[in-house]
Design a protein around this ligand. Structure first.
Ligand SMILES: Cc1cc2nc3c(=O)[nH]c(=O)nc-3n(C[C@H](O)[C@H](O)[C@H](O)COP(=O)(O)OP(=O)(O)OC[C@H]3O[C@@H](n4cnc5c(N)ncnc54)[C@H](O)[C@@H]3O)c2cc1C
Ligand code: SF4
Length: 471
């Protein structure tokens, strides 16, 4: 057993862990960072979905929830965590969400978004890289007078190659493995990859004393867990730590994509996959965001089979695709099943109706832009033609009728000043175990309605500052 000593051990190098490690190391603390995945420099990223899913994602991206409907929930496993494979979209935590956290959970959070965005080089997608797929939605939305815009993303030198979800071969995406992790190690942090932490050690007085896994033990008076919203509660549970609603309160931002057929060539794989959004229904918890990828991804993603699948793929160059994401009201839970997560989530009927509403707006946008046909992933709803959305509006959409994915698990070790609501206190410390903190999506108290990486990073930066001040 190799034993290391540190002021702080950080578990995980994703959005939360990498930021915490860098800020703590730069504050002069001895930091050891432990990551289950490997380091993948840009020259090793082939952009081929079949290969990269296996290399960069946990369980080849095939993790799914148990419930109605089952929802595929991909997670990154690498230096950089899920930020290595994400779309790079950057939203700040909406003001009304921060206000709700203050009112409901007593969380007074002044988050320094400027600092995080400067590290990541967050910039708006230039129109010439947005792709025809986004341009059609922009045109349709403009004709209907709907609000939207080009997304802000963490990139430097993006060439619009369209393969963000499989790692950026151009090295343009400024994921935390390429930004925060190198700064952490430059400031003296020691990074160990290929190490899965299984044990959290505590002393008799209930203080944390270190972590252990895969032949490595780190003795440290402070531990920051950042294994993500699915694995942090499992790690706590298998070590019998964490009080209150551990593993409950899981929100995921359920999402899915619809497709449209145009007479012109769209080539949805050209340009930034997630480059444009329409927020006309954001007040109802519905966001439309671009989502695209290479043709082999499209073949896997289309929820059709047989002749219908063949016909769509034969017309792949003329297909457009766009996503609908819902600010979910339903909640799921994560449980420890022999060291692995069992994820239970049932889509709330009200959220199913939000998808219906989102698709209806998207169909109107596409028809306004000249679409010939719109195909929505709702069982029993036929392809929409001639600008007619009646079959969609008339459908009684139940959760089981939808084909969904989700990319934003949050909330399974929620922070709250109220011990009955929060596994973590307002300083993100695990109740009952002093010195043990959480700095990942698990800490985020509620669904956000927008993509969460900036929120998680800003929370982690705040925690690191707090720990550095107390050292
Ligand atoms: C395809 C996709 C696209 C997305 N696009 C966006 C986007 O455009 N914008 C956005 O804001 N968000 C996006 N997200 C979500 C965003 O990337 C995540 O919300 C964010 O990375 C979560 O941060 P985290 O720190 O909670 O966990 P992660 O980033 O998942 O990091 C957790 C890390 O911990 C490691 N780990 C887990 N268990 C252990 C253990 N026991 N020991 C050691 N290491 C461990 C994992 O290997 C992983 O590297 C996307 C997600 C996906 C899947
Ligand atoms: S579009 Fe291509 S170049 Fe731009 S960030 Fe994504 S993978 Fe990298």
């Amino acid at each position: 057993m190799r034993t290391l000593h540190a002021d702080v051990a950080v578990v995980g190098t994703g959005a939360g862990g990498a930021v915490a490690a860098k800020e703590l190391a730069e504050a002069g603390l001895r930091v050891v960072v432990l990551e289950e995945g490997d380091w993948h420099p840009p020259q090793t990223l082939t952009a081929r979905p079949r290969d990269m899913l296996v290399e960069l994602y946990r369980d080849a991206g095939q993790i799914a929830t148990v419930g109605t409907p089952p929802i595929v929930l991909p997670l990154g496993r690498a230096v950089g965590g899920t930020t290595l494979v994400n779309s790079g979209t950057c939203f700040r935590t909406p003001r009304h969400v921060l206000d709700a956290w203050r009112a409901d959970d007593g969380l007074e959070l002044e988050l320094d978004f400027d600092r995080v965005e400067a590290e990541l080089n967050v910039v708006e997608v230039p129109p010439q890289l947005a792709g025809r797929n986004a341009e059609l939605v922009r045109q349709g939305a403009a004709r209907l007078g709907l609000s939207g815009g080009y997304l802000r993303r963490n990139v430097r030198g993006c060439v619009g190659s369209g393969v963000c979800a499989y790692g950026c071969p151009a090295g343009a995406k400024q994921h935390v493995g390429a930004t925060y992790v190198p700064k952490a190690t430059a400031a003296g942090a020691e990074l160990l990859t290929g190490v899965r932490i299984r044990r959290i050690h505590t002393a008799r007085d209930g203080r944390v004393s270190g972590v252990e896994g895969d032949g490595v033990r780190v003795q440290a008076p402070r531990v920051v867990l950042a294994a993500g919203a699915i694995h942090t509660p499992v790690l706590l549970a298998r070590n019998r730590l964490g009080r209150g609603p551990l593993g409950d309160n899981l929100s995921i931002h359920p999402a899915t994509a619809a497709r449209a057929r145009f007479d012109e060539e769209v080539r949805l794989w050209d340009g930034v996959p997630q480059s444009y959004y329409v927020d006309a229904l954001a007040g109802e918890g519905i966001m439309l965001e671009g989502i695209a990828g290479p043709p082999d991804y499209l073949a896997m993603a289309i929820p059709k089979h047989g002749r219908e699948h063949r016909d769509l793929m034969l017309d792949a160059r003329r297909l457009a695709q766009f996503g609908v994401m819902v600010h979910d009201t339903g909640r799921g839970r994560v449980r420890n099943l022999l060291g692995r997560p069992l994820i239970r989530y049932d889509l709330a009927p009200a959220d199913a109706r939000r998808f219906q509403r989102g698709f209806e707006l998207l169909a109107r946008i596409w028809f306004a832009a000249g679409a010939r046909e719109v195909v929505v992933p709702i069982a029993g709803v036929p392809p929409l033609r001639d600008g007619d959305t009646t079959p969609l509006r008339a459908a009684h959409v139940r959760p089981r009728d939808l084909t969904l994915m989700a990319f934003h698990p949050l909330g399974t070790a929620r922070a709250s000043a109220d011990p009955a609501r929060g596994v973590l206190d307002a300083d993100l410390q695990v109740r009952g175990t002093s010195g043990l903190y959480v700095a990942d999506g698990a800490a985020v108290p509620t669904s956000l309605g927008v993509n969460p990486q900036i929120t998680i990073m800003a929370l982690a930066a705040r925690l690191a500052q707090h720990l550095a001040c107390r050292s």
